[in-house]
Design a protein around this ligand. Structure first.
Ligand SMILES: [Zn+2]
Length: 445
């Protein structure tokens, strides 16, 4: 059985992948596509990176892994958790706390203890796993930070590389954070990847490239192709070259390559807090990119149904979701649809076309039944973004997070893998099956 390279390109849409491979604009992607099986797959909701990467690594939705959003209200600690919506949002939430939440707590405290990661499952079976820059990294090996004044360890896979801050091996890679817009994070990843492939130092390598998403936020999903596609492709080519060439690479490795979510153009931004200002004191709003959550505080003088009705006619909001009497309720332009899982599919009442988004029932139900989710979930309308705590947005560029197709579909390519995943949550089980590891990763819905 071949070893496996698992490549995650943040924020790449299927359209970009298809154009890049059909036109051979991206030679490394085109080479892999020629040898593999391609399909469009679906992301989770909210289609935001911390939620998506946790789903990719645990093979489960937010109901199981418990990471609800980029920003959320921690009911137990009565505080906001902010994983990096923007620099301004990090500052608004408290810089030291936000860095601790992003670097450590997301994996050590927020990720559900009983959601097994692919690193844990494979290393328990005797395989060596590696992770480069992916934010869901929980494993069983203790790693000390490279900065001498940081003394708190992280627990990752055996081969663990995280933005120059954790490095299980000395690779000589340049610092990750020198020049974000110029692509220095993926340059770091490719130097590490080249080192690992040269030494054949893993059974599974999870190789996460983040710069394409960054460019897409700034320039929009189409604009990102001019700015960042060549760099993303070069970071993949680096692995192929390190193996000694294309044939040698595919002789040695199976490949799964996909993105975590799509992106759509945004032209307008709204502040959800302002729209719900009448409920100040009763609620906490956690919004960022194209999804929001509203939490009811203890003793709140409102409920999720009233909040949902208040957002009727709000142009930034396409759909709200809430749980009521054991059912999910989707509300769109004042109309409601109720649904819940049934032995065969979904039991619905109301107009099912209100929730006509990709894999919508499954994704909405998983988001709603996450214990860390707000009582009301908000999916933004096409073209709109919800400002973060720092008042930042990407209007004029691109964003993601909602249920709409452009945010939700991802390109997914497998080379030398038997399984054919059609959801990002199906990748981890496919990876375990490739290695012949039979293990339930987590509870299913
Ligand atoms: Zn993003």
């Amino acid at each position: 059985m071949k070893k496996l390279v698992h490549i995650v390109v943040d924020g790449m849409t299927p359209e970009t992948f298809e154009r890049a491979t059909e036109g051979r604009r991206a030679p490394a992607l085109a080479f892999l596509a020629e040898h593999g099986t391609y399909r469009r797959a679906t992301s989770v909701f909210p289609s935001l990176t911390p939620v998506c990467l946790s789903s990719i690594v645990t093979g489960a939705g937010p109901d199981v892994h418990h990471i609800p959003h980029l920003v959320w209200w921690h009911r137990g600690e009565r505080r906001i958790v902010e994983y990096g919506s923007s620099f301004a949002a990090l500052r608004a939430a408290g810089m030291a706390q936000s860095l601790a939440d992003t670097i450590y707590n997301m994996n050590q405290r927020h990720l559900a203890a009983d959601a097994v990661t692919v690193y844990e499952a494979l290393e328990d079976a005797g395989y060596v796993t590696g992770a480069v820059n992916i934010t869901c990294y929980r494993g069983r090996t203790r790693h000390m930070p490279t900065l001498p004044w940081l003394t708190r360890p992280a627990y990752g896979p055996k081969r663990f590389f995280y933005y120059s801050l954790f490095e299980s091996d000395q690779t000589g890679a340049p610092l990750a954070v020198r020049d974000r817009a110029g692509g220095s994070i993926d340059t770091y990843a490719s130097a590490v990847g080249r080192w690992l492939v040269t030494r054949d130092g893993f059974d599974l390598l999870v190789y996460y490239l983040t710069d394409f998403d960054y460019a897409s936020h700034a320039h929009g999903p189409a604009g990102a192709e001019d700015v960042a596609l060549a760099r993303t492709d070069a970071a993949i080519q680096a692995l192929v070259d390190a193996a000694g060439g294309p044939d040698e690479f595919l002789d040695r490795y199976a490949v799964v390559l996909h993105s975590d979510h799509g992106q759509t153009d945004v032209t307008d931004a709204a502040r959800l807090e302002t729209r719900l200002a009448a409920f100040a004191g009763s609620i906490v709003v956690a919004a960022s990119n194209r999804a929001g959550q509203v939490y009811l505080l203890p003793g709140a003088r409102t409920d999720a149904a009233e909040l949902a009705a208040r957002l009727d006619g709000e142009p930034a909001v396409e759909v709200t979701l809430r749980l009521e009497d054991g059912e999910a309720v989707a509300r769109r332009a004042g109309e409601e649809l109720r649904f819940r899982p049934a032995p065969e599919g979904w039991e619905t009442s109301g107009d099912a076309s209100l929730l006509d988004h990709p894999d919508a029932f499954q994704r909405a139900w998983s988001a709603l039944t996450n214990p860390n989710a707000g009582e009301l979930l908000v999916s933004a309308a096409e073209g709109w973004e919800l400002m973060d705590m720092g008042g930042r947005h990407h209007a004029g560029g691109g964003s993601h997070g909602s249920l709409v197709a452009g945010d939700s579909f991802v390109p997914l390519l497998t080379v030398g893998l038997d399984a054919a995943p059609t959801r990002i949550t199906e990748v981890a089980p496919a990876v375990l099956a490739h290695f012949g590891v039979v293990r339930a990763l987590a509870h299913a819905v």
